[in-house]
Design a protein around this ligand. Structure first.
Ligand code: PLP
Ligand code: COI
Length: 338
């Protein structure tokens, strides 16, 4: 086994042994291969460097109690990446090949999958980018698809300790823009807002809908769920947020396993004071409790407080992670064995 302090890992990059690489040229993808070189060498005028033609995905591999290695719903990441590619005028990496590539790269790095019970997992990062030189604004004709993996711990330091969000003066996604796909450009424009949030002592930004700035949408890297005083799960409905696989799974878990009502609808900022719990959800964030949202001095403090995770959030967390770690019977097709 590796000499890694699995229990104290943060969410960071660590170089592992192998990455999967496939190139697109003359209208087709090659077979792809595993390589050890972690550097990418591309032309100085590559479309990705000039015009940010890139998209990515994020999923995780987990070690189960009986020491199997599994992934959670990789078919949905393959599908979402196809949607992202199409929106950015990039060739789709075929969904079947995507899943095969995930399997190959995890297998090749199997010793990097953290042990069961460590709280860590193996983050898998598929991505693709336009590689040939361009000058005028147009899509590339050559692309590289890669997947690397890295063992990770919790996205927010402190794991299940509640975090504080602020409402920023910046928007994340325009109506009819790219907020619903996983384009690198969505994250580039969030960097300034996140630095500002950190400088002001907040963990993350909660973005509003940019058309009216009256509704809450999501954070820079996760969707959001709320729990009403009647134990209903509510999540924002919007065409400009990323369709989180974790959120869709949690809504299913709430309704079909926990017997709670789960509703996707528009959520107005003023409603924040009606909820008793709030949490961020995503592959990296898993389910991170939110204690407070601050909007330019106005504080929305959730009754669950700043000390511990709310009761319903904890139930959702335990059920979802129980499924991912093989302790709870998964809904059909959710667990993919490596
Ligand atoms: N929203 C944004 C902006 C994200 O970057 C992510 C991360 O992938 C999510 C939501 C959560 O999506 P998922 O649950 O599919 O990881
Ligand atoms: C993920 O949850 O996989 C993400 O991509 C979020 C963030 C690290 C960008």
């Amino acid at each position: 086994m590796m000499n890694i302090d699995w229990g104290n890992l943060g969410f960071g990059y660590m170089k592992t042994d192998f990455r999967f690489v496939s190139n697109y040229k003359d209208g087709k993808w090659d077979d792809g291969e595993l390589i050890t070189d972690d550097s990418v060498v591309i032309n100085e005028s590559a479309c990705v460097l000039q015009y940010a033609q890139t998209c990515f995905e994020g999923l995780k591999a987990y070690r189960t109690k009986d020491n199997k290695v599994v992934c959670f719903r990789p078919d949905l990441n393959a599908k979402r990446m196809a949607d992202s590619a199409a929106r950015l005028e990039m060739p789709v990496f075929p969904e079947g090949k995507f899943i095969e590539a995930v399997k190959k790269v995890v297998k090749a790095n199997i010793d990097w999958v953290p042990p069961f019970g460590s709280g860590a997992s193996l983050y898998i990062r598929p991505y693709m980018f336009g590689t040939n030189p361009v000058m005028g604004v147009k899509p590339a004709i050559e692309y590289q698809f890669r997947i690397f993996v890295s063992p990770v711990g919790p996205y927010f330091k402190g794991g299940m300790k509640p975090i504080i969000l602020r409402v920023p003066d910046f928007d994340r996604a325009a109506p009819r823009g790219t907020g619903h796909v996983k384009a690198g450009l969505n994250y580039a424009m969030s960097l300034h807002a996140i630095i500002e949030a950190h400088n002001q002592g907040y963990n993350e930004n909660i973005y509003l809908d940019s058309a009216t700035r009256t509704k809450v949408e999501e954070t820079g890297g996760a969707n959001i769920i709320f729990v009403t005083k009647d134990n209903e799960i509510v999540t924002p409905k919007s065409s400009t947020i990323l369709p989180s696989i974790t959120r869709r799974s949690l809504m299913y878990v709430a309704e079909n396993i926990l017997g709670l009502k789960a509703v996707e609808r528009e959520i107005y900022k003023e409603e924040l004071s009606d909820f008793k719990e709030c949490a961020l959800c995503g592959t990296a964030a898993v389910l991170s409790p939110v204690g407070k949202i601050v909007d330019h001095g106005k504080e929305y403090a959730f009754p669950s407080g700043m000390e511990k995770c709310g009761e319903i959030t904890q139930k959702l967390y335990d059920t979802l992670t129980g499924i991912q770690k093989g302790e709870i019977e998964p809904p059909k097709g959710w667990i993919f064995e490596i």
